[in-house]
Design a protein around this ligand. Structure first.
Ligand code: ATP
Ligand code: MG
Length: 223
């Protein structure tokens, strides 16, 4: 469970990115984060990953106050959370397989289990047949799926996806969205930040919460 209470984030020079946000996300929910450019979507996802510190309020993940986690223990939080940054970077001279493997190396994953885990994750994101390709040989949607595979490699309980359909055509966007829905059905809580109206219009979200300035959180309970 993710609980944000009166969360605020002020960057240097007084830029207010998040103003007094409070919400609760239950385990297994699919949450859609909609907001105008600059409304703080990326900032919120980064604070949940402790990539950015909050300026006020509290963020609890599974009853842990994440602001209190010591730097040396951050890997424990991040073990449970996969993040797809809005600006992700694929290693250009490495294959899809190696790009995904890289994410496991960072996590000091047991060497002997790596291959099976990589193959399994590439299958999940439907890239098994592209394992030996280089990023420049992939379409935008396929590159995005490599980034998703990296975020999923550690079987996180929470997936934070920041504009994973950015720059994709409607059809490729929809495929990514369906993939995220499938991941959610497997039990992963998904937070999707996007201003992709196309996705928004195609699906029905059950509840609507407004918080802060321009935030909408739409939750769809796991079915
Ligand atoms: P977009 O839809 O364009 O991705 P967003 O909703 O993700 O926008 P953020 O990237 O979270 O918005 O930015 C929120 C505000 O914080 C903006 O005013 C932005 O300029 C500012 N901001 C973001 N990152 C930083 C930073 N590292 N330092 C200073 N200000 C920042
Ligand atoms: Mg953003």
């Amino acid at each position: 469970m993710i609980e944000c209470k009166n969360v605020g984030k002020v960057y240097r020079r007084g830029v207010v990115a998040i103003r007094d946000m409070s919400f609760t996300i239950e385990e297994g929910e699919f949450v859609y984060l909609l907001g105008a450019s600059g409304s703080g979507k990326s900032t919120l996802l980064k604070t949940l990953y402790r990539d950015e510190a909050i300026s006020s309020g509290t963020v609890m993940i599974d009853e842990r106050d994440i602001s209190k986690i010591k730097v040396r223990d951050l890997h424990k939080l991040r073990r449970d959370i996969g993040i797809i940054f809005q600006e992700y970077h694929l290693l250009p001279k490495k294959t899809v397989y190696e790009n995904v493997r890289f994410a496991l190396e960072i996590l000091a994953f047991p060497e002997e289990e790596m291959d099976a885990r990589i193959r399994q994750t590439l299958t999940l994101v439907e890239l098994a047949d592209k394992a030996d390709c280089y990023p420049e040989e992939l379409s935008g949607g396929q590159q995005q799926r490599v980034a998703i595979a990296r975020a999923l490699i550690n079987e996180p309980r929470i997936l934070l996806a920041d504009e994973p359909t950015g720059n994709l055509d409607p059809r490729a966007s929809m495929e990514i969205f369906r993939l995220l829905m499938r991941i959610n059905r497997r039990g992963t809580t998904v937070l999707l930040a996007t201003h992709d109206q196309h996705i928004f219009q195609r699906f029905h979200f059950r509840s609507l919460t407004m918080s802060g300035d321009s935030w909408l959180l739409m939750n769809q309970k796991k079915q």
